[in-house]
Design a protein around this ligand. Structure first.
Ligand code: MLT
Length: 262
């Protein structure tokens, strides 16, 4: 897996396929490996770039909370290192929060957005307190408690045992320091509704019909804010729709990319 050096930190990424650059950012608490179907079978017409966020997978942690702006800045620096002035920026859940932060930090470099099982809303005070409690628990006891608490909410009713097992193993492999920093970083994220209402680039919103964490009404809210956006609700999928319905997910991304203005 190649990496770039960002302020002395190793930032690892995978890259497959050829076509329109799309950087896809993973959710919490996973790594880039959580896009395994898309990495194993490249999306037609897409140059897919999948980093491990700081403190996840093989990437070195940063200092302090991993804010969504910090995750976005890392991804934008990777694009610079790869010689890409612009790219589609997308992400699943926390990765979607980071994609929205990229559109806030440097809109000229975000050709379009691919928002998957995510939302525009920020945490309320109770949500922020839960993030801090999660961070402290992970620091003290590791990621097993977080994993056990999240797993039942991640899948639709028919998710395969293989997908469930691989997702669980991925979660259990993440570090305490990276996971705690990202939990604190998500608590600090901004409400993105105003940003979305001003965003002029092509936008694809994808959600699993059974997503319990960021349900379809949150996806619809985002799609309603962006003029000309596409909303795709994937049947028989939960919060990780790209893993439960990879063939359907590939179709919707490929058709979105094929329709981009040239
Ligand atoms: C994720 O999948 O990234 C998280 O569930 C996002 C969140 O907790 O808000």
């Amino acid at each position: 897996m190649p990496h770039v050096s960002l302020e002395g930190r190793e930032y690892h990424y995978a890259r497959v396929g050829a076509g329109v650059p799309l950087v896809l950012l993973h959710g919490f608490p996973f790594s880039g490996e959580s896009f395994w179907p898309q990495l194993d079978q490249p999306l037609a017409g897409v140059d897919l770039i999948v980093p491990d966020h700081r403190g996840f997978g093989r990437s070195t942690p940063g200092q302090g909370p991993s804010t969504m702006e910090a995750l976005a800045d890392d991804a934008l620096r990777l694009l610079t290192a790869l010689g890409l002035p612009r790219a589609l920026v997308g992400g699943v859940s926390m990765g979607g929060y980071a994609a929205l932060a990229a559109a806030r930090l440097d809109p000229a470099r975000v050709q379009g957005l691919v928002l998957i099982d995510t939302q525009a809303l920020a945490d309320d005070a109770a949500g922020q307190a839960r993030r801090e409690a999660t961070a402290v628990d992970v620091e003290q006891h590791g990621v097993a408690g977080l994993t056990a608490g999240m797993l039942p909410k991640l899948f639709g009713p028919h998710a395969s045992p293989q997908v469930r097992a691989r997702v669980e193993a991925l979660m259990l492999a993440q570090s305490r320091v990276g996971t705690a920093a990202a939990s604190r970083g998500m608590a600090l994220r901004h409400d993105a509704r105003e940003l979305l209402s001003r965003f002029a680039g092509p936008t694809l919103v994808v959600v699993g019909e059974h997503d319990l964490i960021t349900p379809p009404e949150r996806a619809r809210q985002m799609a309603d804010l962006v003029a000309g956006s596409r909303l795709e609700v994937l049947e028989d999928a939960g919060h990780l729709a790209h893993l439960e319905q990879p063939a359907r997910f590939a179709q919707v991304v490929e058709s979105f990319v094929a329709a981009l203005p040239r």
